[in-house]
Ligand binder design. Structure first.
Ligand SMILES: Cc1cc2nc3c(=O)[nH]c(=O)nc-3n(C[C@H](O)[C@H](O)[C@H](O)COP(=O)(O)O)c2cc1C
Length: 501
């Protein structure tokens, strides 16, 4: 008996020792970029693409994500001094600007140059993500490249500019600089997702009988097991052309839409294939050349409005009306053309910078219109934490802008239930109601004292909605009220998070 007790005590002490050593090892990895690292991968990413690529490289090159991958704002001159090679993977945001987690880097390099620092020993490559639809294509990537030249580092190659990166269609091989030795990059082991399909089960118009652009809440269930995601994640939806557009195009170009075509192992009618393709005015391809030559429509990203624990995926989509009866491709597809019961292809994109919110601290949610999606997911996450897991949560303050205050509108009914069920303190700005239009930034200015009080209690600010207009006005108002320095400090502490598009 005594022997058995001794054995149990020895095993327990050994286990405790192992756990302690493991925790020390993890803590070290978190705090340090290891000194003997010769390659560092750094990313600046607003919506998760550049970060996902950085992690795919780390995986493919058998590097530690914790020790070798770092957000650009966390990359110090000392880190750069201690490595031989740096791979920058940076996207461009706003109007040719840096993503929020990379916006301190250029200044840091410029300051180092002023202090006569040189990084001559260092070689680097920049993979720049962007979209040619924006006037300043990959501008931030080019700025990073130039800054590194200015500080004396040697480029391995020109900037690799990637247009409309898509995890499903852009292979690592096609964007990898040659020196990284592509042989080592095992594509299949680093492909994270296979296509996901969702059935539309409900479409609810949130603002009926209004003159405004229509706002829809869409509910989907997953085909197959529900994948998991967190509040703050996005979904990349594959849009489809309206049927009438495909038929018109087929007729104009004299193709038979009913003809069955087999492509990449799947067979369906030409009409079905073309629904997902760009349809140019001039097209002289033979029917068998079409699928190799017409590009697939670019996916569109939407903030997810629910959490996976609810077992369904929700989106809140504003129908973009271009001219009478002509709609935005993706919003038209989701709001008009795709019938309830239809299957939609959509890939969840994890955005880890949106995840790091401690449920116990106060949360200030700010947004307008379809930005309700990202805010609702945060509220749902807190509600789940509080009611299902029985854990204490910090208070939530929702500052929200819509056009019409009519209390019978489903959107306003939803907002009121949040207050009634104590899920959030509510401050609404309605732009079309009062004599003087009111927007969310006006609420911030009116409630300056309360805003500062919440921040002094450790609040996180989370913004979701359109960047031009709401996002920029809120950003500028916060600078006026708090000062640029304080806002940068909040950003570095992950307490100012923007999910704006
Ligand atoms: C609000 C917004 C602004 C953008 N501005 C630019 C831009 O000025 N130039 C550009 O090349 N790409 C721009 N993009 C495209 C992104 O760089 C591109 O989608 C990229 O894949 C995003 O990568 P990330 O997820 O790592 O942030 C913008 C995207 C968004 C959502």
């Amino acid at each position: 008996m005594e022997n058995l007790l001794t054995i149990i005590v020895v095993i327990s002490v050994w286990l405790l020792f192992c756990v302690a050593m493991w925790r020390i090892h993890i803590a070290r990895q978190r705090n340090n970029i290891s000194a003997d690292t010769s390659l560092l991968i750094t990313y600046a990413s607003q919506t998760g693409n550049a970060q996902a690529i950085a992690n795919r490289y780390a995986q493919a090159l058998h590097l530690s994500e914790m020790a070798n991958v770092v957000a650009l704002n966390h990359l110090s001159i000392e880190n750069l001094s201690s490595v031989d090679q740096v791979l920058f993977i940076v996207s461009t945001y706003g109007d040719g600007e840096a993503p929020d987690n990379g916006n301190l880097f250029i200044k840091r390099i410029q300051n180092a140059i002023k202090n006569t620092v040189k990084l001559n020993h260092l070689k680097f490559s920049v993979i720049a993500l962007g979209d040619t639809g924006y006037p300043k294509f990959c501008a931030f990537g080019y700025q990073v490249h130039q800054s590194m030249l200015d500080i004396g580092s040697e480029p391995n190659n020109e900037v690799i500019a990637v247009d409309k990166y898509n995890e499903q269609t852009t292979t690592l091989a096609s964007i990898t600089p040659r020196w990284l030795n592509i042989q080592e990059v095992n594509e299949t082991s680093t492909k994270t997702n296979s296509p996901q399909y969702w059935q539309l089960t409900e479409r609810l118009l949130l603002n009926p009988d209004c003159d405004d652009e229509k706002l829809f809440q869409l509910t989907f269930t997953s085909i197959g097991p529900t994948p998991s995601w967190q509040a703050g994640d996005l979904i990349d939806i594959q849009p489809h052309q309206p049927k009438a557009v495909v038929n018109q195009w087929l007729q104009a170009h004299q193709y038979d839409g009913t003809q069955l075509l087999t492509y990449q192992g799947h067979q369906q009618s030409l009409s079905a294939w073309l629904a997902m393709r760009e349809l140019p005015n001039n097209c002289t391809y033979s029917i068998n050349e079409l699928l190799d030559n017409l590009p697939t429509l670019t996916t569109r990203s939407y903030s997810i409005a629910s959490i996976s624990e609810q077992g369904q995926l929700q989106l809140i989509v504003r129908l973009l009306e271009k001219e009478e009866n002509s709609f935005g491709l993706a919003s038209g597809y989701l709001s008009n053309n795709c019938s309830v019961g239809a299957i939609v292809q959509g890939q969840i994109r994890s955005v880890s910078t949106h995840h790091q919110i401690d449920n116990t601290v106060p949360l200030i949610l700010i947004g307008a219109g379809s930005g309700l999606a990202g805010l609702k997911a945060q509220i749902d996450a807190r509600a789940y934490f509080k009611t299902k897991l029985n854990k204490p949560t910090g208070p939530t303050w929702l500052i929200f802008g819509e056009r019409n205050s009519h209390s019978q509108l489903p959107i306003n009914k939803y907002l009121l239930t949040l207050e009634e069920s104590n899920l959030a303190k509510l401050s609404c700005a309605y732009s079309q109601d009062s004599k003087q239009a009111k927007y969310v930034q006006h609420i911030l200015a009116d409630e300056e004292a309360m805003l500062k009080q919440w921040l002094s209690e450790g609040a996180v600010i989370y913004i979701c909605g359109c960047l031009s207009g709401m996002g920029e006005s809120v950003h500028n108002t916060l600078i006026e009220l708090l000062g640029q320095e304080k806002l940068t400090e909040l950003q570095c502490q992950q307490r100012y998070i923007r999910d704006v598009y």
